[in-house]
Design a protein around this ligand. Structure first.
Ligand SMILES: [Cu+2]
Length: 68
């Protein structure tokens, strides 16, 4: 699985670090890139998209699957 999640309220490096820390708790995840200007989180690995979205929401950010 490789996907991009859109996080509309990620606005600074602090947000980025919090999201990164939250996602790293998920077993099997690999974080490809987190872009503050694009408000996107690119991940891959043996995890479900819904679990990654839930993990981001649990730390107080919005998260939607990004449709290109
Ligand atoms: Cu921030």
């Amino acid at each position: 699985m490789k996907t991009t999640i859109y996080v509309s309220n990620m606005s600074c490096m602090h947000c980025k670090m919090r999201i990164e820390q939250g996602l790293k708790q998920l077993p099997g995840i690999s974080i490809i890139d987190i872009s503050v200007p694009d408000k996107t989180v690119k991940i891959e690995g043996e995890i479900r998209e819904s679990d990654a979205i839930e993990a981001i929401r649990n730390i107080g950010y919005s998260a939607e699957l990004k449709t290109i």
